[in-house]
Design a protein around this ligand. Structure first.
Ligand SMILES: [Fe+2]
Length: 383
């Protein structure tokens, strides 16, 4: 991708597609953005998709009301077939709720009309800076399987990934990333999950949140609580190594992909070895698909033989899979999800933890969806 905008337009300006059916706002946006970006425009969803299929587009400003489709439907189509194209929703106050939902469907942000020019340019630049980091990681994942190779290959691959990633952050003056550079890898790990799929990042963040809810009721040390939050956040990091990552249940995958999907716990644990996390973090990643009755994968561990923190994450991740909005599957309400999990106590899940999770969720049920959304948008656990 080309560099984000500076006040000096260059030949490698990013390309922005303005999608708005009203000529006035569309032309205004074009005038504002033209000094910084190459501009294309469309006044309906069909034309927007045609342009997307014709040429590389870095970012779309999307008005919610289009003559041929709802902007939210178009957003989902774009994020499905052009995952690396960023979308900023332009919305009036009346459609604010649906614009916020757009974030869950993969929009990078939204702007409330009337907005000022600085606000618009700042949001677009921040979004493009992040896109540069995500594009770098996507390319790295495609071309460097060494992250999950031998121990030595993995160490070198992480060094290369970190060097390239933080060099981009320096170039784009991304303070949010750089302030962490010498402290921890959270921004990189968060971007790594998001580069694979924004739903994967959101899932990881919510699972960390649900696991933390349970940690508060168990006699865990501070170190264990930290490992739990981090392990829950990274539990599916092995999925970044899969060629076609799917958010759905592993069982619904074609047989070949199901087999490789079942490798993601061990692959993930292997991937994070060079990062020096406590052993408990790796155990969560390795064992979050084990079952209380020993029928889980990849090791068929049973009962107390499965580390406690992994048993917690097993429940938390299942609860999120059941309640999260996923393409092609309707989410269960909290009560139904808890009922489903309770039915699997003693088979899939530790009975004591299942009871505890049921109690904790029932106690904060009213505010749970909002808290989960907040957890997904803040992205990373505290280190
Ligand atoms: Fe998993």
């Amino acid at each position: 991708m080309s560099s984000p905008a500076t006040s000096e337009p260059t030949k490698t300006k990013p390309t922005v597609l303005v999608v708005d059916d009203e000529a006035g706002p569309r032309d205004a946006l074009k005038v504002i953005l033209r000094p910084f970006f190459n501009i294309r425009s469309a006044d309906n969803a069909k034309a927007a998709l045609e342009i997307l299929n014709e040429q590389p587009i870095d970012l779309i400003t999307l008005d919610q009301k289009l003559p041929d489709r709802q902007g939210m439907d178009l957003l989902q189509d774009i994020k499905h077939s052009h995952t690396d194209v960023e979308v900023i929703i332009i919305t009036g106050y009346g459609s604010l709720k649906s614009a916020m939902e757009g974030i869950r469907h993969g929009a990078a942000g939204y702007l409330l009309k009337p907005f000022n020019v600085t606000e618009l340019i700042t949001l677009i630049n921040q979004t493009l800076e992040k896109k540069q980091r995500l594009d770098f990681i996507r390319n790295f994942l495609r071309t460097t399987p060494d992250l999950w190779g031998s121990e030595q290959e993995s160490v070198h691959a992480w060094q290369a990934l970190k060097a390239g990633y933080f060099a981009i952050a320096k170039n784009t003056q991304s303070d949010a990333v750089l302030q962490h550079e010498n402290q921890d890898l959270l921004p990189l790990l968060s971007d790594l999950l998001e580069a694979k799929d924004r739903q994967l990042l959101n899932h990881s963040s919510r699972v960390s949140f649900y696991a933390t809810l349970m940690a508060n009721r168990l006699n865990l040390t501070i170190a264990e609580q930290k490992s739990l939050a981090m392990g829950a956040f990274l539990h599916d990091i092995g999925k970044t190594s899969l060629a076609s990552y799917r958010f759905s249940d592993d069982q619904s995958l074609p047989s070949g992909e199901a087999i490789s999907c079942k490798e993601h716990p061990d692959r993930g644990a292997h991937m994070i070895l060079p990062l020096g996390f406590p052993a408990e973090v790796g155990q969560i990643v390795s064992y979050h698909h084990e079952r209380w009755d020993g029928q889980g994968y990849p090791h068929g561990l049973q009962g107390d033989g499965i580390p406690l923190l992994a048993r917690i994450v097993s429940i938390a991740q299942t609860f999120d899979h059941l309640t999260a909005e996923t393409p092609g599957r309707s989410p269960l309400c909290v009560d139904d999800a808890i009922r489903r999990i309770s039915l699997q106590s003693h088979t899939h899940f530790d009975p004591m933890l299942t009871d505890l999770f049921t109690r904790v969720v029932n106690e904060c049920k009213a505010s749970l969806p909002a808290m989960a959304i907040a957890a997904a948008t803040t992205s990373v656990p505290e280190s």
